[in-house]
Design a protein around this ligand. Structure first.
Ligand SMILES: [Zn+2]
Length: 108
């Protein structure tokens, strides 16, 4: 196991800052963290960070056309924001919100 060093900024990454941990929660795939050895700060990953919409999280935007929020419909944006924001709150241990937000993405 390598140290948890961000592949973008080369600084140490705490669990609650790791975008892979966030994606594991968001995608409901706990193994993601083990099957993917990438390690990156949430804030060094604007494509994910842009979806966190919370007063405690300084908003980020991803201006790259491939990832930019703008390309998504308003409905999809809401879904992603809910999913990433509630996932992030869970990650930092502040998930005492109602659980209904998590279930929104189980649309299949
Ligand atoms: Zn970083």
């Amino acid at each position: 196991m390598s140290d948890n060093i961000c592949d973008r900024c080369k600084k140490p990454v705490k669990t609650e800052e790791n975008v892979m941990e966030l994606l594991a929660i968001v995608q409901d795939d706990p193994l993601l963290v083990f099957t993917n050895d990438k390690c990156r700060h949430i804030r060094c990953s604007p494509s994910s960070a842009q979806w966190i919409n919370h007063p405690d999280f300084m908003p980020m935007t991803d201006k790259r056309p491939k990832y930019a929020k703008k390309q998504y419909s308003v409905e999809n944006r809401k879904v992603f924001e809910k999913k990433f924001t509630s996932g992030w709150l869970k990650l930092i241990g502040e998930d005492n919100l109602e659980d209904s937000t998590i279930n929104l993405m189980n649309l299949d």
